[in-house]
Design a binder for this molecule. Sequence first.
Ligand SMILES: [Fe+2]
Length: 299
Amino acid sequence: MTSVTELAYIGIEASDLDAWQHFGVDLMGMQLAERTEDSLALRMDAKAHRWIVVRGDADDLAFTGFECATEADLGAVVANLRAAGAEVAEGGADLAAARKVERVVVTADPVGNRVELFVGLADADTPFQSDVLFSNFVTGAGGAGHEFLMERVDRQEILDWYGILGFKVTDYVKEEVAPGVFADAVFTRCNERHHSVAWADMPFPKRIHHFMIEVGSINDVGLAYDRCMDAKQPFEMTLGMHPNDEMFSFYVRTPSGFNIEYGWGGLTIDDSTWQIKHLDKLDTWGHRAPQVVADLLKP
Ligand SMILES: [Fe+2]
């Protein structure tokens, strides 16, 4: 079965590009790749860009880019999508140039999220450099990170569609968060990263709840936590750890209202031995609402 190799880039439609540049570069530790009046590109590694932020009112996920290893692989995925009834359009030379890839096609998943499939994401001309990172972003074989998206439609339809891209279920988490109220999520992978795309049906007003970026040192999580606190960037969740992907992380609000999970120590999966798990907790510890801390400090 042909598979995409990684979630390689993410696109955001954002109303405040200056805020995004500050957030991405100064707080998250990314490198500015390119800035125009209406767009912003950010680097996380040797690649030309990993985040593409375009001006617009949505303040939400605009597209996700999945890489294929070869033209033949891309062709096979496109053929399989079309056979399953999906519309797939050639992106053309202008879009390929904007994305800094060799060839890109555009489609939409069953939820309506724009998905770009491509080959050949270019490297930047210079080595990656962050002004604030102690270590590096963990990308490589695991891609840019993971996205946690809102289901909105039948789960099986989503899993079948992403299955055509080569995604496999890693595990399921179903936690009773209040009597009779369940948080119910499914985590899927296309490489050694525990998951590149996760799904849950929850009351959240965006397409995307969070995008996780991983750093190579636990100190970088703490340093980013401090930078966000110093900048008074609103937090979504305090430090904590997930039992399924073992990510040590915190969640901070982006300028577009969804969240970044800033993590370290994520599990990698050995595809030859992994068996699908069912868990009943989203958090091993922590990841509390920041209001809990605020309430403790009330006089
Ligand atoms: Fe996550």
